[in-house]
Design a protein around this ligand. Sequence first.
Ligand SMILES: NC(=O)c1ccc[n+]([C@@H]2O[C@H](COP(=O)([O-])OP(=O)(O)OC[C@H]3O[C@@H](n4cnc5c(N)ncnc54)[C@H](O)[C@@H]3O)[C@@H](O)[C@H]2O)c1
Ligand SMILES: [Zn+2]
Ligand SMILES: [Zn+2]
Length: 372
Amino acid sequence: MTPAGHAATCAVAREPGGAFSLEQVELAGPRPDEIVVDVVASGMCHTDLLVRDSRPESLPAVLGHEGAGIVSETGSEVRGLAAGDKVVLSFPSCGSCIRCRTGRSAYCDSIAALKFRCARPDGSVATTDAQGRPVGDHFFGQSSFGTMAVAYARSAVRVPDDVDLRIAGPLACGVQTGAGTVLDVLRVGPGSSVAVFGAGSVGLCGIMAARAAGATTIVAVNRRAPRLRLAAEFGATHLVSPTDVDPVEAVRDATGGRGVDFAFETTGVPEVLTQAVRSLDSLGTCAYVGTGAPGQLAGIPMLEAMTKGLTVRGVLQGDSTPARTIPRLWDLHRRGLLPFDRLITHYRLDEINQAAVDTAAGDVVKPVLLMQ
Ligand SMILES: NC(=O)c1ccc[n+]([C@@H]2O[C@H](COP(=O)([O-])OP(=O)(O)OC[C@H]3O[C@@H](n4cnc5c(N)ncnc54)[C@H](O)[C@@H]3O)[C@@H](O)[C@H]2O)c1
Ligand SMILES: [Zn+2]
Ligand SMILES: [Zn+2]
């Protein structure tokens, strides 16, 4: 028997560069491996806007990939989740490739299609608009810019009852990427030195995590003074504006001339990745998450990287395994060690276009849409 449909209000992206339109839609499902979620809140990140504006083949679609809500229905094969459970919707993965089977689902062989195709692997969607036309969904396995979402059960992480779902969504992407890269990829330790390039939601969570991990020198590099002030609040010990000084020199000055043990690049600007590598001490590691354009190259100083034994590492989603990483990060938050809620500005769902303008302008760090 096919489960009954659900009426929902969703923000539909119809044209590149166009506004989101709030529409009454019908959601079919869940399929056996899916859940239906009453979305409480969903964070907005640059990737939502990038897909709206540069992937016309995916539109029309419901975007949103930092959803948090309450399970209302489970598909027939779903185990470990039940109606009423609080969940954070994280990134999708296939569950059967070699990376998924060995606990490295951030690098699932099918990750790009599962995140960006805006349809299930068989090409179907759950959403139809008021005219009965299909609308793309399953973006990042969830499409959470709406009052209700049909999501893969595999992407959902059950969270403790004390979790405030109005703030929890960003754990699914931005927080997990920033804190996860610092804690699980770089493995920043007590007394170490870290430079974080870019102080947006990802970089600032990286700074919080570096402080929680006991780093004693934390250099924040960002062009905007208000972001540097935030960086200082969250643990940066040195603030560098690259419009005023050479950031590589500034990092060396902050570390007695040696350079940092760890560099974290979050801007996606090729020259900044070069600066991040050049700011390392010998045997240092640079992790980068900033999204470059397809085919974009960045320069690595060959001789310096070789003679200093440097490592440069691209990272997706902080290498996280969401079911393990998200509850762990919530524990840090609960203890006051990861105050990512202070990055959040709330908007109502009907204010989504203002949230998009403010995100693009960098006027807010982490917009979160409230659905009710
Ligand atoms: N790899 C992943 O899994 C993953 C996950 C989430 C986000 N991302 C990417 O990470 C990046 C950061 O995300 P975010 O939400 O923090 O974005 P953001 O725009 O909020 O932050 C980027 C910051 O970099 C600063 N910046 C830009 N150019 C700079 C320069 N030349 N020097 C110093 N600072 C500069 C900006 O002022 C901004 O504060 C984005 O590219 C995003 O697409 C990647
Ligand atoms: Zn996989
Ligand atoms: Zn994201």
